[in-house]
Every structure is written in structure tokens, then in C-alpha cells.
Design a protein around this ligand. Structure first.
Ligand SMILES: [Zn+2]
Ligand SMILES: [Zn+2]
Length: 472
């Protein structure tokens, strides 16, 4: 995936010279545009059918080569400088200014200002990083950002902890030798070897710490140097590039500050009011480079999804995204299909089930893929995990794989394994999860882990023999 090696082109099973865009879920044939026909099915919407057997076909997915982060910079700049992008930055800039004004409140005002400022900035940047980690090339919608006060506090905490390696030594230095610090502040901070080493460590360390702060579930983990070095060591060479880019952005923004101030003063003359009006504009401009940097940091993860244990599922795209089915479907085939799979007309009873959990287990029992999928997605969207027995979990995994949700299928197999290690279907679940990770998601290391577990736990099993191919 990293070097964007082209996936082999799959040819139509019937027409050897034509590229196949779909694969039949029933007879397994690879289908070109002439072998596929459009159809409409209740509850599923528009589908593609195989003209040979009438089965539903799904798009053949291939890995999309991912651009390296530096090649995304013009696109990211474009996204930030678009009307929507600048609008979002402006909203954040205004919020930051309001947070800054809290410092006027006597007594603890400056502490609140600090928390809100860092919380808003941190939430926004973490959010930007997470978006490009998922492969998005635009700024995420602000309405999806945290809504609760606790979200702001958590973000402020994460950013504070992530940058602790810089500000703690800095504070210690200032407090342990105030006179020394004042002396070097006068003669130029950059000449002070202590300050200089803190800055260099910061440059090398902070990008990884911010990445960790955005990806980790625990705020404390963001302060864990071992975890931060783990990020750096996944791709040290490329990381160096990211760190240098971040440093350039940081110093570029620092250099921008006095320039913007000069311009503001010139434009405003002596009018404090115009100065106030200009503040959000200047504050917006100061957000451009950091936003770009966090988009780049996220893309660095996206680009190296395998190395960061993120299945590269987001990189899968249809082999022929614009292919249109041109084949003629014989009505007889569809009729036959409907008889074999009555599930396309879902029984009304299923829809009346009260919870998606009940609908899921009911539809799995009846073999109704579309209702099972719909209920499964409802459960996941509500932040829950399906509660199924091993058999149903295995069925769900197959439904998800057929629907192209490979990550979901792997999770489902993993839940089946966790449920009952002694179950006779455990080797089956382990093998299938490893197969999807290896062949479908390109997550070879994860596949290897599962295969090794399978071979260790069930050494005599036939599937353990077959799993050897994932261990190579
Ligand atoms: Zn077929
Ligand atoms: Zn064909």
C-alpha cells in the first residue's frame, strides 16, 4: 500500500479480454459490464446482478495507492483556503478570542482563559488530525466536534500532557535559575544551550505526541514517552520529515505574528475599535499553518495505516468505480433467485421487532442479509456492540464480508473467538479473520498474529496447516 503497487487487474470470467468490475456473490464469477445488469431490490435499493445466475454481485475492491503526505500539501492548502475552510477557521478564531478575553476576569480568569483556549484549539486540531487520518482531504465539519464542556477539558488536558516534555523542563529551568533565564532572554533565547536543547527535543517529540493525543483513548497515554517513541519508531525516516515540516510551520507562524501585528497597527491607526475588528481576521490567518500541519500529521498516519495497526480498509476502492452494468437480465433468473432467497421480501414481523439487537439476531436466523446489515449498523451507530452467540456472530461476519465491510467482519470473527475459546468453530473464526486481514485489508502483521495464535492453540487442526501461508 505504501508504494502504491498496482493491484493485479481482474478479468471477466466469461470475456477474457474485458476487465471485471464486479464479482457475483452466488456463482463467484468475475463480471464485466456486459455480464452485469442493474436491478432494484426492495430494502436494498439499486443492486447489480450477475446475468449468468441472477445472484447479487458486489464491486471488486482494490487498494488505492496513497499519496505521500508532502504531495497532499497543495490539496490541503486548497481545502483550508476554500470558502468553507476559511469559514471554519474564522469560527474557531472567534472562539479562541472569546476564550482569551476571559483572562480579564479578576482572580482565576486567566486560568479559565487558558483552559478554554487550549481546549478549543486542542479539540479543533485533534479533530483535524483525526479527519485526515481517515483519509479525508477537507476540514471536518465543526458541528461534529465535541459539544460538552468535558470534551473541551479533555482536549485541553491532552494537549497539555502531550506537550509536557517541553513546558515542564522549561518551567523548571526558569524557576531554578531566574537570573540566568532573564540574562539569556536579554541576549537572545536561542543562544541559551538549555533552551535550545528543549526546543530541539520538542521539535522531534511533539508531532508524535500530538498524533498520540489524537489517536489514543486515554489522555494519560499522551504523556507516556514510551508510547510516543513507539509512534516515532514505526517509521523513523518518514517521521523525521514530518518533524521538520512541523518545525518549519511552527517557526513560520511565530515569524508571522509580528508581521500581522504591524499590519493591524498600520490599518487601524490609533483606533482601538478597528484593532478589535481586525483581531478575528489576524487570528484566522494564524490558524492556517497549524491546521495544515495537523492535516499533514493525520495523513502521515493514513499513509502508514498498516504500521499503526489501523486496517487499511479506508484505502479500498472499487476497481472500476465508473463502470455501469450493460447486460440484459433474464427475468426467469431473477424469479428463481427470489424463490431461492425469500429474504428479499422481509417478513413484516421482523420490522416490528422493537430493538435493533432483536432484529439482528432474528434476521441472522432467517438469513436475511439486508435486515441484518441494517440492524447491525444501527447498533454500531448507537455506540453499542452486537450481543450474539458464537453461531450468530459467525453468520454476521459472513454477512459483513459479503457486504464489503471487511473491518466489521474481522471484528465479528474476533468477538466470536473471545466469546468461547473452546468452541469448535474458533479455528474457523481465527482463520477467516486472518484471511480477510491478509487478503482483503492488506494488514499482514495482524493476520500473522492471528494465524500464529491459531497454530499455537490448535496445532493439529487442518486450518492451522492452511494458516501457514499467513506466517510467511
Ligand atoms: Zn453469478
Ligand atoms: Zn463478461
Amino acid at each position: 500500500m505504501k508504494n502504491g503497487a498496482a493491484s493485479p487487474v481482474i478479468k471477466c470470467s466469461t470475456h477474457k479480454n474485458a476487465r471485471a468490475a464486479w464479482e457475483c456473490g452466488k456463482c463467484g464469477k468475475a463480471l464485466c459490464t456486459a455480464c452485469a445488469a442493474p436491478d432494484h431490490v426492495e430494502k436494498m435499493g439499486d443492486v447489480i446482478r450477475c446475468i449468468h445466475c441472477g445472484g447479487i454481485a458486489k464491486a471488486i475492491m482494490v487498494e488505492r495507492p496513497v499519496d505521500p503526505w508532502w504531495r497532499k500539501i497543495p490539496a490541503f492548502f486548497g481545502a483550508i483556503l476554500s470558502l468553507g475552510g476559511i469559514g471554519k477557521l474564522f469560527v474557531v478564531a472567534v472562539m479562541l478570542l472569546i476564550a482569551g478575553f476571559m483572562a480579564i476576569v479578576p482572580f482565576l480568569g486567566f486560568i479559565f482563559a487558558w483552559i478554554f483556549y487550549l481546549g478549543i484549539l486542542g479539540s479543533f486540531l485533534i479533530f483535524v488530525l483525526q479527519g485526515s487520518t481517515d483519509g479525508k482531504e477537507k476540514l471536518p465539519s465543526l458541528s461534529d466536534m465535541g459539544h460538552e464542556l468535558s470534551d473541551l477539558l479533555a482536549a485541553a488536558l491532552r494537549m497539555t500532557l502531550a506537550s509536557a516534555i517541553v513546558w515542564i523542563p522549561f518551567l523548571i529551568y526558569i524557576f531554578s535559575s531566574p537570573s540566568g533565564f532573564i540574562a539569556s532572554a536579554k541576549s537572545g533565547l536561542w543562544k541559551d544551550p538549555v533552551i535550545l536543547s528543549i526546543v530541539i527535543v520538542g521539535i522531534m517529540y511533539l508531532p508524535a505526541a500530538f498524533i498520540l493525543a489524537a489517536l489514543t483513548d486515554s489522555a494519560l497515554n499522551a504523556a507516556n514517552p514510551v508510547a510516543v517513541f513507539g509512534i516515532i519508531m514505526r517509521a523513523p525516516g518518514e517521521y523525521l520529515g514530518i518533524a521538520i515540516f512541523t518545525a518549519v510551520v511552527f517557526f513560520g507562524n511565530a515569524a508571522l505574528e509580528p508581521v500581522l501585528l504591524k499590519i493591524s497597527i498600520k490599518v487601524a491607526g490609533h483606533s482601538g475599535f478597528i484593532m478589535l475588528l481586525l483581531a478575528p481576521v489576524m487570528s484566522t490567518i494564524k490558524l492556517i499553518l497549524p491546521t495544515l500541519d495537523f492535516m499533514v500529521l493525520g495523513w502521515f498516519i493514513h499513509q502508514n495505516a498498516e504500521l499503526f495497526d489501523l486496517p487499511g480498509g479506508g484505502n479500498l476502492v472499487a476497481a472500476m468505480p465508473r463502470a455501469r452494468p450493460m447486460g440484459q437480465l433474464s427475468q426467469q433468473l431473477v424469479q428463481k433467485e427470489l424463490q431461492v432467497q425469500p429474504s428479499f421480501e422481509p417478513p413484516a414481523a421482523l420490522e416490528l421487532e422493537s430493538t435493533p439487537e432483536e432484529a439482528l439476531s432474528g434476521s441472522l436466523k432467517m438469513g436475511n442479509d439486508s435486515i441484518a446489515l441494517e440492524s447491525y449498523r444501527k447498533i454500531i451507530a448507537a455506540g453499542r456492540v452486537p450481543e450474539l452467540d458464537t453461531d450468530q456472530e459467525m453468520d454476521l461476519a459472513q454477512v459483513l464480508e459479503r457486504a464489503g465491510d471487511l473491518k466489521g467482519a474481522v471484528h465479528s470473527y474476533r468477538r466470536a473467538v473471545k466469546k468461547n475459546m473452546q468452541d469448535t468453530r474458533t479455528p474457523d473464526a481465527l482463520f477467516n479473520a486472518a484471511r480477510i486481514l491478509h487478503d482483503g485489508l492488506g494488514a499482514k502483521e495482524d493476520a500473522k498474529k492471528l494465524a500464529k495464535f491459531l497454530v499455537d492453540k490448535f496445532p493439529g487442526h487442518e486450518l492451522s496447516q492452511q494458516a501457514q501461508r499467513f506466517l510467511a
